[in-house]
Design a protein around this ligand. Structure first.
Ligand code: COI
Length: 355
């Protein structure tokens, strides 16, 4: 059946895969929902988006994104609220960040209307895929990439904007072991670290793989000049509780402006907690663990939500953090965030986008 949502044409799948989903064991990114949205950019403008059955797209091996890396993405989430409505969380903030990523990669911007109506259409088309289990959500992955076919090194004149969704559970199943990376670099000041571009992730695989072989889940990236200050953790920003204050590295051109980082900082301020966004040195972290002032460390991200850190390895030495209790700040923040997104607590900051 073909229908129209918010003036976007929808071609319904004839073969839904919904009954293949084990909603009690979702994992992260295992299942892709039935539909995707596709819009093309050509001759200086974005053309009508369309929702269609999820599937392969025609692609030439000469497509510029494959060669020169013009590809950016976002990670967002939709929730089923307690009154049954659908909520896409912090649409505007994700839109604003996507514009910055597009701009840094010489890719064309798009109107907020195109972004928002596209999200609404694709989420609505697969609303049955929104999980109801606690801690689960419909992960939304908008991606934009250069689709012109040419071997010359150039900024593409053609792009595709695709949105797919995936019902997901927690990104990490248990508290993580992190290794402070003192050799390799994710991003340098002036580079693309703040942009959510594909290359940042591809370049991080090798050191992360080495860390995995040593028994760690992720690395903590440090500054490219001196390896002295903490940046972020690749799949998430990093936050600490030191002396009762919420401390996180200040944003720079080498750190992703995480939406969850921003949300948790605001929620902590609302709870009367002092929030410090500043340089955080490895030396400070090591000393604060040793003298007991650092009581919590956690990753913050759309996928990671609030992911407790069990161990931080600095220069080959494991530092174990206290076990996490329900009264920990991170757990109170996580609950508050979840309650706002599902309508159990008032959305005083206007973060929910109800469709
Ligand atoms: C997200 O948190 O949405 C991310 O994009 C991180 C990772 C899954 C790539």
């Amino acid at each position: 059946m073909n229908t129209t949502t918010a003036s976007i044409a929808v071609e319904q799948t004839k073969n839904s895969r919904l009954n293949e989903v084990d909603f009690d064991n979702l994992g992260f990114g295992t299942y892709i929902s039935d539909h995707m949205l596709v819009a093309q950019y050509d001759k200086g403008q974005w053309h009508e988006p369309k929702v269609m059955p999820f599937g392969n797209l025609p692609m030439s091996p000469a497509m510029l994104a494959l060669h020169y890396g013009q590809a950016i993405f976002e990670g967002m989430k939709a929730f089923r609220m307690k009154d049954g409505k659908i909520n896409i969380f912090r649409v505007k903030r994700h839109y604003q960040r996507m514009l910055k990523s597009l701009d840094r990669m010489c890719m064309p911007g798009m109107s907020e209307e195109l972004f928002t109506s596209s999200l609404e259409a694709v989420v609505k088309a697969d609303e049955k895929w929104i999980p109801k289990n606690e801690g689960c959500s419909l992960y939304i992955r908008p991606v934009v990439f250069a689709s012109e076919n040419k071997l010359g090194v150039k900024v593409s004149d053609q792009y595709l904007f695709v949105i797919m969704t995936s019902p997901v559970g927690p990104y990490f199943s248990k508290p993580v072991r992190l290794k402070v990376e003192l050799e390799y670099v994710r991003a340098a000041e002036g580079g693309t670290g703040f942009a959510k571009c594909a290359g940042n992730y591809g370049g991080a695989f090798y050191p992360t793989q080495l860390a995995r072989e040593q028994g760690f889940d992720q690395v903590i990236w440090t500054d490219a000049k001196e390896h002295k200050y903490i940046d972020e953790s690749g799949a998430m920003n990093i936050m600490f509780v030191i002396d009762g204050k919420l401390v996180t590295p200040a944003l720079s051109s080498s750190i992703l402006d995480g939406v969850t980082r921003n949300t948790l900082s605001q929620l902590a301020k609302d709870m009367g907690v002092t929030v410090e966004e500043r340089k955080v040195s490895i030396e400070e972290i090591e000393k604060s663990i040793q003298n007991g002032k650092l009581t919590e460390a956690f990753g913050a991200g759309t996928a990671a939500v609030v992911s407790p850190v069990a161990t931080i390895n600095i220069g080959g030495k494991d530092h174990h953090l206290p076990a996490v209790t329900d009264s920990a700040l991170m757990m109170r923040l996580k609950k508050k965030l979840n309650d706002i997104r599902t309508g159990h607590e008032a959305d005083v900051h206007g973060w929910n986008h109800i469709i």
